[in-house]
Design a protein around this ligand. Structure first.
Ligand code: NDP
Length: 328
């Protein structure tokens, strides 16, 4: 079983030396267990937090332990009454080719109508995160303007499309002209601002002529500052992520007083604390994907050994859509 372990903790940006690829023999199954061959690994920004030892909402990965993460794959051997060989499953098997489980936290999935790896993105944790933060915190109403940062990504792309379906004006913020074009032309947002073009506030102002009623924040720092300056009274801000600061960069706010002057509601959330959101979110998102009303795209690298490179790229915006590793 080839596996990638956390070899050392990063100080700032992560590097290849923080990881170690090892090969270990598979343990024989005991009664009540099954063995899964992982087909895809999910690569997510939260993994950066698990590599450090800073205080966080989730325990760090221990040194020389397999890197955490969700996977999709297929049961290849089973001594479990409810899981049979050939079942497609998703679970937290981590960065390895094979995982053993007693079934806790493992979900069977159907890949007849949607590709298996969609259960790591639009029909997995990122999709549910978008659904929860938008509906439960931003609470969009028809006619309002909703801004989402990292708009071309796994979470942001779903947020903006759901906001459009709710009758809102959806405005994205993303890095680079190509991502912005995709956000408008393929995802159907009303506008998308390229924060790398050097005119973030001016461009956001032009894209939000009636101000901003709801913000779904994935980035933090200067990007959040620009949106704050466009907020309407009683606007809502869901703090989903602050990726601009995940390598320990400072992400100060220049004008926090706007929270007071505009009487804003600012609410952070961690999706793993809202298991009740999964059934309604997946019902709605699954229906939209099946009807072709929800678009998504993937960045796929091939080979377990390339997972560290995929995570390094994700934290710099090298991905374009949901970042996956295909195990070959
Ligand atoms: P994405 O697919 O959006 O990929 C990350 C994107 O972040 C990159 O493509 C890049 O887009 C952008 N980015 C990276 N570094 C920076 C930077 N320094 N400044 C600005 N943008 C940057 O990832 P996800 O959709 O999986 O995650 C999006 C956010 O949601 C993250 O902050 C993540 O931590 C958060 N999240 C939170 C959850 C929760 O429970 N609270 C659950 C899941 C995700 P670009 O090129 O456009 O800059």
């Amino acid at each position: 079983n080839r596996r990638i372990l956390l070899a050392s903790r990063p100080e700032g940006a992560i590097c290849a030396e923080n990881f170690k690829l090892v090969s270990t023999p598979l343990e024989p199954l005991v009664d009540g267990q099954f063995l899964v061959r992982n087909h895809y690994l999910s690569v997510d920004p939260y993994m950066r937090g698990r590599m450090g030892k800073e205080k966080s909402y989730a325990a760090p990965v221990a040194l020389n332990e397999v890197m955490v993460g969700a996977t999709v794959g297929e049961v290849v051997a089973s001594l479990h009454p409810q899981f049979a060989v050939g079942d497609k499953v998703t679970g937290l098997f981590g960065w390895q080719e094979y995982g053993t489980s007693d079934g806790v936290g493992v979900r069977k999935v159907d890949d007849k109508l949607v590709p298996l790896q969609a259960y790591l993105g639009v029909l997995g944790m990122p999709g549910v995160t978008a659904w929860y933060g938008l509906n439960k915190i931003v609470a969009p109403q028809a006619g309002q303007t909703i801004v989402v940062s990292a708009a071309s990504g796994a979470v942001g792309s779903v947020v903006g499309q759901l906001a459009k379906l709710a009758g809102c004006r959806a405005v994205g913020i993303a890095g680079g002209a190509e991502k912005c074009r995709y956000v408008v032309e393929t995802l159907g947002f009303d506008a998308c601002v390229d924060y790398k073009a050097g005119r973030l506030y001016e461009d956001l102002k032009d894209a939000t002529p009636e101000g901003v009623d709801g913000c779904f924040e994935n980035v933090g720092g200067a990007v959040l500052d620009a949106t704050l300056a466009r907020m309407n009274p009683f606007g809502r801000i869901a703090i989903c992520g602050m990726i601009a600061g995940y390598d320990n960069q400072p992400v100060p706010l220049k004008h926090p007083q706007i929270i007071l002057s505009m009487r804003l509601l600012v609410q952070g959330f961690i999706i793993s604390e809202h298991p009740e959101a999964w059934p309604p979110a997946l019902k709605e998102l699954g229906g939209l994907v099946a009807q072709g009303e929800l678009h998504y795209r993937e960045s796929v690298v091939e080979g377990l050994e390339r997972a560290p490179e995929a995570l390094m790229g994700l934290l710099k915006g090298a991905n374009f859509g949901k970042q996956l590793v295909k195990l070959v």
